[in-house]
Design a protein around this ligand. Structure first.
Ligand code: ACO
Length: 474
């Protein structure tokens, strides 16, 4: 019987095999990352030549450690890994992370198979080989050898590429997207994407799941895991083109598979396929901080007619609609906009729109039952003051939580330069989703629509199930 992953991210004792005094070595960095984590656990460096590393008593082998070990990080050359894994099995270690490269990713399938055979009759769960490990930001444990500390939040990331995984940490920090856990799956010898989706589905610190994949080993369990997951799952699947698929084969030994089949299967399972990492973060920010859309009707508010048209096109291209305003709403909007414009959707507040017009028009659309989500847009035109635009959104979302009261998402779009960007940082750090492009805004709104549909299906299934069990009792 294999271990479940419950204790994987919260081990009570960790050993690093291949720990080194040499600060240039990966085994040194891995040990140091755990040591400097604000995380309470027993830590054992393993190196046959040393008696102490980084002030900690060092053991020659795992078998010499006097107590039990929950997690082992393996950082020795590939040919030594089978011996270490035999020790892990004998020592009844619960989880291992094989950092070492030199397995199927370079065509050495025999060595990977040897490790698979060693663990096959034990309960140990193994991450990798060829992985960076994981960072558990929620509990302050860094079980990886790479730098970078994620900002705490509720996005959990699974990456098949280690380097990209690290890049994602920095990008997430830059974009003010908070992370709960980030994990590199490497060659997926044992712990696979579906295991992790299932784990994160039940993880109270995770609200949104994001994956970077080049290929899945087995399609059905992967799709079933997305289907069963009661959280939004965002998937960046690389290797879309023929040349991209070739690159994936040489990167992680993955067979990228038919791209259209992947797209259809992810959609059918209820996941969202993202074009790239930036789109994944755009959607993650919206899903983590805003209510889902109950329907697909978008109300757009702008001080620039051109931006309003581009947003309308982008929404419509993504399966959303930008309906005409109801007579009641049009009447209310007419009272706050200048005489030179008519009340329409997009609502044109005219270039000099300030705090009042933005706040008043948003409140009107929030109260309109024929609108499911709102985009507030601003162009830094001659008269426009970006501070009034960002201030209005901040007030509505941060102070008054109006999006929650009305259960409607509010997203922002901006067009401008450095001065505007500084103000956008205030919004991002307050968790407000705002984007410098109409397309990116529409895609983020689309993810909130898909999430709304998923929740509806889930509620319907629960209702049907309850009806079914009631019938059975009768
Ligand atoms: N048990 C414990 N320690 C041992 C053993 C053993 N059986 N055998 C050797 N060691 C010690 C070594 O003596 C050495 O310690 P020392 O510095 O005190 O001499 C230490 O273990 C490491 O062994 P080295 O032979 O020095 O190996 P090195 O550290 O150079 O490389 C590594 C090992 C990092 C695993 C390398 O083989 C490798 O695979 N590198 C790539 C890792 C990688 O990139 N993984 C993918 C990550 S994802 C991404 O892209 C970020």
């Amino acid at each position: 019987m294999k271990q479940d992953l419950k204790g994987f991210f919260n081990p009570k004792s960790i050993a690093v095999v291949g720990a080194s005094k040499d600060s240039r070595k990966i085994g040194h960095a891995a040990l140091k990352n755990i040591l400097i984590s604000d995380y309470d656990c027993k830590l054992y460096p393993i190196n046959p030549k040393e008696s102490k590393i980084l002030g900690l008593p060092c053991y020659k082998t795992l078998m010499d450690v006097p107590s039990s070990i929950d997690l082992v990080l393996v950082s020795v050359p590939a040919h030594l890994v089978p011996t270490v894994m035999k020790d892990c099995v004998q020592k009844k270690v619960k989880y291992a992370i094989i950092i070492s490269s030199g397995f199927s990713e370079i065509g050495n399938h025999a060595l990977e198979k040897e490790v698979a055979d060693i663990i096959s009759h034990s309960s140990i769960r193994v991450l990798g080989p060829n992985t960076m490990g994981f960072k558990n930001a929620s509990d302050d444990l860094d079980a990886s050898f790479v730098f970078g500390v994620p900002r705490k939040g509720n996005l959990s990331l699974i990456s098949q590429s280690g380097a990209l995984g690290i890049g994602m940490i920095y990008l997430a920090n830059n974009e003010f997207v908070g992370v709960s856990k980030i994990i590199g799956v490497g060659n997926k010898l044992d712990i696979d994407d579906d295991d992790l989706i299932e784990f994160f589905s039940n993880d109270p610190d995770t609200k949104v799941i994001g994956l970077y994949i080049e290929a899945v080993k087995e399609g059905r369990p992967f799709m079933n895991a997305i289907k069963a997951c009661d959280k939004p799952v965002l998937v960046v699947k690389a290797g879309r083109s023929g040349a991209g698929a070739r690159a994936a084969a040489s990167h992680t030994g993955s067979m990228a598979g038919s791209d259209t089949i992947y797209s259809a299967a992810i959609k059918q399972a209820g996941g969202i396929r993202c074009r790239d990492i930036v789109e994944m973060f755009d959607m993650a920010r919206a899903l983590a901080g805003q209510p889902p859309m109950k329907g697909n009707r978008v109300g757009i508010i702008t001080n620039g007619g051109g931006l309003g048209i581009m947003l309308t096109d982008a929404c419509e291209e993504n399966g959303l609609t930008v309906p005409k305003l109801s007579a009641q709403t049009a009447e209310k909007i007419d009272e706050i906009i200048p005489d030179l414009v008519k009340p329409n959707n997009p609502v044109d507040l005219v270039a000099d729109a300030g705090f009042f017009r933005y706040e008043a028009s948003t409140k009107i659309l929030l109260e309109d039952p024929t609108i499911d989500g709102i985009i507030i847009a601003s162009v830094h035109g001659g008269y426009a003051r970006p501070r009034e635009f960002t201030g209005a959104i901040l007030k509505m979302i941060r102070e008054k939580r109006l999006h929650e009261t009305h259960q409607k998402p509010i997203l922002g779009t901006w067009v401008g330069g450095k001065e505007f960007e500084e103000l956008v940082f205030d919004l991002k750090s307050a968790g407000v989703p705002i984007y410098p492009s109409s397309w990116r805004t529409a895609r983020a709104m689309y993810s909130l629509y898909v999430e709304g549909q998923r929740l509806k299906r889930e509620a319907l299934q629960k209702e049907n199930k309850a009806k079914g069990s009631k019938k059975m009792r009768i």
